[in-house]
Design a protein around this ligand. Structure first.
Ligand code: RFL
Ligand code: PHB
Length: 389
């Protein structure tokens, strides 16, 4: 089999890139290790920046999102019982939207299927060959049979645990990493959200986040120990702990119910450089990870897709390689800023096991500064809604 752009990974990065290229008449084949049902069962991102929203529309998959999403003009932040808002609209004249990654992925699968563009599920042993030469190809297995896919370019959209990044030789690849000493325990419940806006809550007992998917579907997280397992946390224990970490006014309003999903995510900051090796381009979580505080993961994947999409269109339409030559440099410039924001917001809001009294005072002073200072709020708002690309 032959295609123009082989895409490894059928998560949001791979699907979005595939759909954008398809609309420009560029052929793609997506190789996905799992099944569609598996990919759709992962509960992940909830907040989309305006750049991602625009890309969804450009990919022709914005209709349901525009109809069903919830526009958020700001967010709430709390420290103990002290609750204050940051108004994105006031500082940036723009907003973010609540529309779950599951829905994004569902819409992208539907569009790909409607277009009849190929996606190969259960592709195992995917291996990249000759990415640094003129004629790259990929080998993989389906139902035990080895297959070969020849292509012009390879987009490595296979997430943090994929093989694309590992294909870049260690002599070329440099990785930067910070692992945080805690995780997030998240639950999904069919209950109305405690507040119309998200609440990022810092407290003596650790961080908590009140988020949502729709008017009757809430997503809550609490900072937990890395040694915890979801089974250690009954629903009652989770709700009790959440109530203790959010302002009393919110705890009183909290509606609880049975969890329909419960999982723990470790927190990590990670960047690999460069994001291009010959004809292989890394996109999204394959190249970088952020801690979820600030909702930058999927949104940073989207800016990579934007740069790669434009680079590939420039190549095929204009015969100009400037966009693909500069892909890594352009993508990384924005990636590092998203990394900085996520790292800053994580440090500001969480309790660290080895935190001194002094460190705690610094956090308190910085949260108070954010509460009281318009310039600090403006900086936060600009980063939260997403830096331009
Ligand atoms: P994905 O979603 O991991 O998809 C990669 C796909 O590649 C497949 N794959 C392979 N396929 C073929 N061969 C191989 N060898 C393969 N290895 C892997 C996998 O099966 C998978 O289908 O990466 P992608 O597409 O780059 O998308 C990235 C996002 O999923 C991620 O950044 C976000 O979910 C992060 N994130 C959030 N991002 C936001 O922008 N806003 C949020 O509100 C937000 N909340 C979150 C999050 C991530 C979380 N967790 C669990 C890490 C909340 C949480 C709790
Ligand atoms: C979510 O709704 O899953 C979510 C929202 C905001 C974040 C992280 C996760 O910062």
């Amino acid at each position: 089999m032959r295609t123009q752009v082989a895409i490894i990974g059928g998560g949001p990065s791979g699907l979005l890139l595939g759909q954008l290229l398809h609309r420009q008449g560029i052929d793609t084949v997506i190789l996905e290790r799992k099944t569609k049902a598996y990919v759709l069962s992962r509960i992940r991102a909830g907040i989309l920046e305006v750049g991602m929203v625009k890309l969804m529309r450009e990919a022709g998959v914005g209709e349901r999102m525009d109809r069903e999403c919830f526009v958020h003009d700001g967010t709430l932040i709390s420290y103990g019982d002290d609750l204050f808002g940051i108004n994105f609209k006031e500082y940036t004249n723009t907003s973010v939207v609540v529309y779950g990654q599951t829905e994004v992925t569902r819409d992208l699968y539907a569009a790909r299927e409607a277009a009849g563009a190929p996606i190969i599920y259960n592709a195992s042993d995917v291996a990249i060959h000759d990415a640094d030469g003129q004629t790259p190809h990929i080998t993989y297995r389906v139902d035990g049979m080895e297959q070969r896919l020849d292509c012009d370019f390879i987009a490595g959209c296979d997430g943090f645990h994929g093989i694309s990044r590992q294909t870049i030789p260690l002599s070329v690849r440099r990785e930067y990493e910070k692992v945080y000493p805690f995780g997030w325990l998240g639950i999904l419940s069919q209950t109305p959200p405690v507040n119309d806006e998200l609440i990022y809550a810092s407290s003596e007992r650790g961080f908590a986040l009140c988020s949502m998917r729709n008017a009757n579907l809430s997503r809550y997280y609490i900072q937990c120990s890395l040694s915890d397992s979801p089974d250690d946390w009954s629903d009652t224990a989770f709700w009790d702990e959440l109530r203790r970490r959010i302002p009393a006014s919110q705890a009183e309003a909290l509606v609880t119910g049975p969890s329909i999903e419960k999982s723990i995510a470790p927190l990590r900051s990670f960047v690999t450089e460069p994001m291009r090796w010959g004809r292989l381009f890394l996109c999204g979580d394959a190249a970088h990870i952020v801690p979820p505080t600030g909702a930058k993961g999927l949104n940073t994947a989207a800016s990579d897709v934007h740069y790669l999409y434009h680079g590939l269109v420039q190549h095929y339409r204009d015969g100009d390689d400037e966009g693909i030559e500069r892909y890594s440099e352009r993508a990384l410039a924005r990636v590092w800023k998203a990394e900085r924001f996520s790292w800053w917001f994580t440090n500001l809001m969480h309790r660290y096991p080895d935190q001194s009294e002094f460190d705690l005072k610094m956090q308190q002073a910085e949260i108070a500064f954010l509460r009281d200072n318009h310039n600090a709020q403006s900086v936060m708002a600009q980063n939260y809604v997403g830096l331009p690309y």
